[in-house]
Ligand binder design. Structure first.
Ligand SMILES: Nc1ncnc2c1ncn2[C@@H]1O[C@H](COP(=O)(O)OP(=O)(O)OP(=O)(O)O)[C@@H](O)[C@H]1O
Length: 249
């Protein structure tokens, strides 16, 4: 399979051996995970190239969020492999996975992500402060994102004083401010009206491309998926409908 920019539709389930590992920054191989008696992933395979933007679609309950959580080291599979940059994420200790999430990944979720006691700019600065940056430098870097995302003048507001779309853009800035290798977004526009959602996704894609960030987006919305380089479908805990689309240069 090629990553040379041509789209080669592969309707069949992806076989992990087709992928040389070093081309891909995020990989799941035969990932199985159950919650008690409920199987969520039944042998999911996915490989994502560096800088690629991939949308994960599929019916409700098919395992999309569980797959994203496994890729991001939030959940540990019962069996199978999860790799980031070749590193076996599924074999790391919780402290190591937590450091990986903090230092290399960014996250955007559907709801309630901002710390309500902090101002918008303090929220954005948080990953830099957690990474050891000095407060003045972190806040200055954070403020740079407000103009870029159309948030000028909102730096001092708390989350209760922001609209849903504004809060989601602040959350996006916070997810990207530390220049993560991978941005994981779970229904990032799910709580927004369609126009606001479209603006947020356009900003997400533009910012990620500018930084060369790899993006994994779980979404129900075809318009969101259309902004990605590639769309995959999760059904009954497996990934199907794979094709390698355009890979951002
Ligand atoms: N914490 C949990 N405890 C028990 N079962 C869970 C848990 N999380 C998910 N599941 C179950 O695992 C399966 C996959 O759930 P998952 O949230 O990954 O699906 P999804 O495709 O993201 O769904 P949706 O589109 O509705 O958000 C479902 O059957 C779900 O009920």
């Amino acid at each position: 399979m090629s990553v040379d920019g041509t789209s080669t539709a592969q309707p069949d389930e992806f076989q992990p051996d087709e992928f040389p590992s070093d081309e891909f920054v995020v990989e799941a191989r035969d990932v199985v995970l159950s919650f008690g008696q409920t199987p969520a992933l039944r042998g999911a395979n996915l490989a994502i190239a560096r800088g690629e933007i991939v949308a994960i679609m599929g019916p409700s309950g098919s395992g999309k969020s569980t797959l994203l959580h496994c890729l991001a080291g939030i959940l540990t599979p019962d069996s199978g492999e999860v790799r980031f940059d070749g590193l076996r994420v599924d074999q790391l200790r919780e402290t190591e996975r937590s450091a990986l999430r903090r230092d290399r990944f960014g996250f955007v979720f559907q709801f309630g992500q901002l710390v309500p006691e902090l101002t918008a700019e303090e929220n954005v600065a948080l990953p830099l402060l957690l990474g050891g940056a000095r407060r003045a430098a972190a806040l200055s870097e954070a403020r740079g994102w407000f103009g870029r995302l159309g948030l000028d003048g909102l730096e001092g507001r708390r989350s209760g004083e922001l609209s849903g779309g504004q809060a989601q853009r602040v959350a996006l800035a916070r997810a990207l401010v530390a220049k993560p290798d991978v941005l994981f977004a779970d229904e990032p526009t799910g709580s927004l009206d369609s126009l606001t959602g479209e603006q947020v996704i356009e900003m997400l894609v533009a910012s990620a491309r500018e930084q060369g960030t790899t993006v994994v987006i779980v979404t129900h919305e075809p318009r969101v998926a259309a902004c990605a380089d590639r769309e995959v479908v999760v059904r009954d805990g497996k990934v199907s409908g794979l094709s390698l689309g355009r890979v951002a240069s």
